[in-house]
Ligand binder design. Structure first.
Ligand code: GLN
Length: 267
């Protein structure tokens, strides 16, 4: 069977772009190589491997976990079911970080490390620290940092727990923010992602409350906190920032036009 035949067969159960990602993964080729050679022969072993992946995808497993990779901010990241799959909207936090001149940057709940690594890549002079409660996630993040040749200090612990007495110019976070009972958690790719990276109490704001309340003790005067939140949490996020004493509160829309990131300055 050829590349074209394999893709045609997979199209019965999946979208073409997903079939292409899975076939590229099996063959170990670039998008351009796959595109350029539809007549290329796929060996029986590769055909079997591809069919197995197509079946798993059709049963719901995220493509990123099947291939073990996901692109974020133009960089290729390794992902496993121990980490949240990087989302396009989270690139907003990288853009915001790069608008600052922050020298000491903290990424809380780093997961795959995508945020910390994308920032460190663009700001090689900055001292970037990334923390996560999950040892398994930190192993993935460390591996990604090595792959991208960036020097990041990784710490394990719950939010600010491993950071006693430390202050930063900028704190970034993509914390869990989905409400515990949100039906969204039972649908699509999200079902396969770590619960601890997604859900945060009855209203989804448990972790954002803790981060906003504790961040001032870890920011220099004028330092900034910026975090991602849910589509309907912008008002609550601004209120929590104000309550914690933040000034200059700013909110940004994602590509879908949803207020997705909120931030403020520690006076
Ligand atoms: N945006 C993700 C979702 O809706 C949630 C990511 C997160 O909780 N940080 O599935």
């Amino acid at each position: 069977m050829t590349v074209a035949d394999a893709l045609e067969e997979a199209r019965a159960s999946l979208a073409l772009h997903e079939a292409r990602l899975l076939l590229r993964h099996v063959l170990g080729v670039t998008a351009a190589a796959l595109e350029a050679h539809p007549e290329r022969k796929v060996s029986p072993a590769d055909t079997a491997a591809f069919r197995a992946l197509v079946a798993r995808r059709a049963a719901g497993e995220p493509v990123a976990y099947l291939t073990g990779r996901r692109e974020f901010y133009g960089l290729d990241f390794r992902v496993t079911p121990d980490v949240l799959i990087p989302r396009e909207e989270t690139e907003l936090l990288v853009d915001l970080a790069l608008e600052t001149q922050a020298a000491r940057i903290l990424d809380l709940g780093t997961g795959s490390g995508c945020l910390a690594i994308a920032v460190a890549k663009q700001r090689p002079q900055a001292a970037v620290t990334a923390a996560d409660a999950s040892a398994a996630a930190l192993a993935v993040a460390r591996d990604n940092a090595v792959r991208h040749g960036v020097n990041i200090r990784f710490l394990q612990g719950d939010w600010f727990a491993p950071l006693a007495g430390e202050r930063f110019d900028l704190i970034l976070a993509n914390p869990p923010y989905v409400a515990e009972r949100d039906p969204h958690l039972a649908r699509g790719d999200v079902r396969f992602e770590p619960r601890s990276a997604l859900a945060a109490g009855a209203d989804g704001l448990d972790d954002i409350r803790r981060i906003a309340a504790q961040a001032p003790a870890h920011l220099v005067p004028g330092g900034q906190l910026c975090f991602e939140h849910g589509y309907d949490q912008a008002a609550a996020a601004a209120a929590l920032l104000a309550e914690a004493g933040f000034i200059g509160i700013e909110q940004r829309r994602d590509l879908a036009g949803i207020l997705r990131v909120s931030g403020g300055r520690h006076p």
